[in-house]
Design a protein around this ligand. Sequence first.
Ligand SMILES: Cc1cc2nc3c(=O)[nH]c(=O)nc-3n(C[C@H](O)[C@H](O)[C@H](O)COP(=O)(O)O)c2cc1C
Length: 329
Amino acid sequence: MSTLTTNYLGLQLKNPIIAASSGLTNSLSNIVELEANGAAAVVIKSIFEEEIRLEAEDNFNKMTAQGFVYPETMEYFNYDEMGDPVFDYLKLITDAKAKVKIPIIASVNCVSADKWTDFAKRIQDAGADAIELNLFVLPTDLDRSSDDNERIYFEVIEKVLKVVTIPVAIKISPYHSSLASFIQRLSRTGIKGIVLFNRFYNTDFDIHSLEFTSTNVFSTPAEIALPLRWIALMSDRVDCDLAASTGVHDGDGVVKQLLAGANAIQVSSALYRNGFGHISLMLRQVEQWMKDNGYNSIGEFKGKMSQSKTYNPAAFERVQFMKYFRERE
Ligand SMILES: Cc1cc2nc3c(=O)[nH]c(=O)nc-3n(C[C@H](O)[C@H](O)[C@H](O)COP(=O)(O)O)c2cc1C
């Protein structure tokens, strides 16, 4: 019998597949269904920093007048109809903890270390097993250096770690100027995990109507390559766990990320496309691969293809296509 158990953020997971934060993890019924289909943990849909600040300031008009609202927030929530998102969020955590056995990871979408960070304690008090910080500032401000933008990450982490004892993870994008150094420095702050990588909403527009549209909301399996490279490069160079996110659509993708050194794999697009039953299919595929290759536990092969353990460490450093084209001539 092979065992699929893995450790992530100090939590023992029955298998490596986590339902990533998305609209699918925003209701109790879905969380129950995700557990029934084999998800080892759920990251709840992110609450936005603005919502938390809004509750603190109790003054939505003031905030919009300041222009401090994510476009996503406006799209996602109908503010005329909404109740109290902060209350609803904390209640979802408490209800989920009462209903399911798997770990519940709360998620906060933030852009600053201002005012909202004490809220992390309320997340902990609501019963969450861990907190994932989803932090990204689109670097469009011409007056901010990369150091300025990165400093926010360390400020947020420091403030959140001061108020909670539950494990904290950070979900980042690949858009950082010195990514390896940044990831390693993050891993030494006291956080327990880093999620590589978030995938963003991208804006497009129609060339006929000139109306704005959304594009490629869901990932494709080919998109696994970027997080795979960075999990493999970093898994032996960090002082915390790594979770893979983006482009994992099947059991092969899960196996790849484990071989690269991930502790856990977060999936979202594959569940939107195929339904929650896809988790059990992916788990069966992983088990079959383990059986075919003579592995009884994830620990026996985790990180085997990481840069420091593979027979060809240079493979992960290679970025040019030169040889590929030469071979095709
Ligand atoms: C519709 C949708 C909503 C999402 N909402 C969130 C969110 O609230 N917070 C977050 O951290 N990530 C969010 N994500 C990103 C996913 O958690 C995940 O990182 C990304 O989709 C890449 O993984 P995938 O290739 O498995 O989809 C969302 C993704 C989708 C498709």
